[in-house]
Design a protein around this ligand. Sequence first.
Ligand SMILES: [Zn+2]
Length: 453
Amino acid sequence: MSGAGCMIALRGPAATLAGNPFEQPSRACLTYHDDALVVIEDGIIAAFGSHAELKDTLPAGIAITHYPDHLIVPGFVDAHVHYPQMQMIGAYGAQLLEWLETYTFLAEMSFADARHARRVAHLFLRELLRAGTTTAMVYCTVHPHSVDAFFAEAERFDARMIAGKILMDRHAPKALLDTAQRGYDESLALIERWHGRGRALYCVTPRFAPTSTQAQLDAAGALLKTGSGLFLQTHLCENPGEVEWVRELFPARASYLDVYAHAGLVGARSIFGHGVHMHEGDFCTCHAAGAALAHCPTSNLFLGSGLFKLFDAVDPRRPVKVGLGTDVGGGTSLSQLQTLNEAYKVAALIGQKLDAVQGFYLATLGGAVALGLDDRIGRLAPRMEADICVLDPKATPFMAFRAGYCVSIEEVLFLLMTLGDDRAVRATYVAGRAVYDRDRAGDPFVPAIAREE
Ligand SMILES: [Zn+2]
């Protein structure tokens, strides 16, 4: 399909961020055309603009897919999610540490079976695409084959994905522990196998400070130096009990973040999940290092972790990069629309208002900036990789009724982030290919490479 010179175009209403609405007025940051063309060549956006302007530049005979009454946006970016936790989403009645002990470790132990890992990776990739998410930063389990299963499935869709094997050498069931050395060796082998292969990128992944010894955190720091463009993901300041535990485990460190900084883990490609209980000094450290936070509102509410101070984090005087994470299975939905729904309410509970443009920034360009990939993804613009989501603001009778009362693109976006979920995703394009179409008869998913069984 995508041989040399393969060109297609999408037509319909389209919106994309062109700036940071936490630093400039929202209206100035949104580019919207009520009738746009997105021209795609070999998986890359070749042109984006109004149909009236671009239609005469199209070569004769080009295939144009028309989505009137829809909204074409960049594919969503999920900055924090655990694919092995799909089977325990909605686990009842615990806060973070008890929840890990009671549910999470048990679920992750089932990934000792490579076939199980492949089955869940197969489902997870499809559910991401059904939600319009085209890039995610993903935790696998301690088992190296859980990473192989995930990247192999992502490769079938040619999707830009970041993932890594969890490093964990203490305070977890024996079956889930590696050692500092084994975790290093296994991660290095995975880096050599996957990092930069197609669109795959590797992320060094210590679960969080309590489950790694100092030796393992130091090994993670050493791993980051083994190749260029490697990422680091871990958890930070999610829950008060966890913060207190870290204080006891690392009494010499000035803060939870300082534990990571001491091991060389706080840099421009570091993404810390949560950051709910952070202080001004921590924000300054993240800003100075260029490190990012993943805001995971459904998870923070579900586990009772606390309310993330989004507008403190992005304060223009020393802005910290923030992406939006679903954090399934602590989070309750893989839909970034539903995640935005809760992000709005979390901000509201601390007296702040997240407008629709700011919300869509977090879910698209802001996520790309947080992951350091904004030169490739997150916008509809020439030279960007053609990862695109086609939203349907009239996906349900209720939404169609409500949409009839929307008088601006901002209201349509806000409707989508309030009532929308995977039903509101009409189609998902990855590298210029329609890999998911909600309304396609039979299997709505069409991988770039068929699965060999
Ligand atoms: Zn998490």
